[in-house]
Ligand binder design. Structure first.
Ligand code: SAM
Length: 183
């Protein structure tokens, strides 16, 4: 079966070298981004808006699991604050598989995973943007005051509109990683 057919017909498909390189680049970028954002900000959010099933038939993890594991296995994890990981995928079978893949990860109170019901990005985008910017963590004020929006770091999928805040906390993932990918 050709790759395009496999992607269309099956819940989970085989990875390819491009995907593996992309995930390697994600992992390296996320290690740096998390090292800074998850210690500087009381909470950080990553939106994976084309999440897929979280695994490939030849066993490498999909991008949402890459993100979660990069957080959990980070050398600075003990000093990290909360990370919200919001996932959107349009196909119900892949959303189900993603739930199964995340269920295999160790429970971690600092990692809040939110798998959205199946939905198309274009229709869900305003809701996703609002979710990404809403404080979800401990409602108690930090240092005696509430967390301001610019004090939350948001790393978004390529298609999620991003804005730069006063402290540059909102980053589109593709801008940082795309130039590193092979043509
Ligand atoms: C190439 S896969 C990427 C999977 C994952 N990001 C990874 O790197 O492991 C793209 C996924 O996006 C989903 N998808 C395609 N169009 C979508 C849309 N408009 N909204 C949400 N998901 C979509 C597909 O069903 C597919 O599972």
């Amino acid at each position: 079966m050709r790759r395009a057919e496999e992607l269309k017909e099956r819940t989970v498909w085989k990875s390819d070298p491009h995907t593996q390189v992309k995930h390697l680049v994600y992992r390296h970028y996320l290690q740096c981004w998390m090292g800074k954002s998850c210690q500087t900000f009381p909470e950080a959010t990553i939106v994976d808006a084309f999440a897929g099933p979280g695994v490939y038939t030849d066993s490498p993890p999909g991008s949402p699991v890459v993100i979660a594991r990069t957080f959990l296995e980070h050398t600075a994890y003990q000093r990290f604050n909360r990370l919200n990981l919001i996932c959107l995928e349009e196909r119900p079978d892949r959303v189900e598989e993603l739930h199964r893949q995340f269920a295999k990860l160790p429970k971690a109170p600092k990692l809040h995973i939110s798998i959205q019901p199946p939905g198309k990005f274009a229709e869900q985008q305003p809701r996703l943007s609002a979710l990404a910017r809403r404080p979800r963590g401990d409602p108690r004020p930090v240092g005696g005051r509430s967390v301001r929006p610019e004090e939350r770091a948001v790393l978004a999928d390529p298609a999620v509109p991003c804005r730069t805040t006063r402290r540059g906390a909102v980053h589109p993932l593709h801008e940082r990683t795309a130039p590193l990918l092979p043509a």
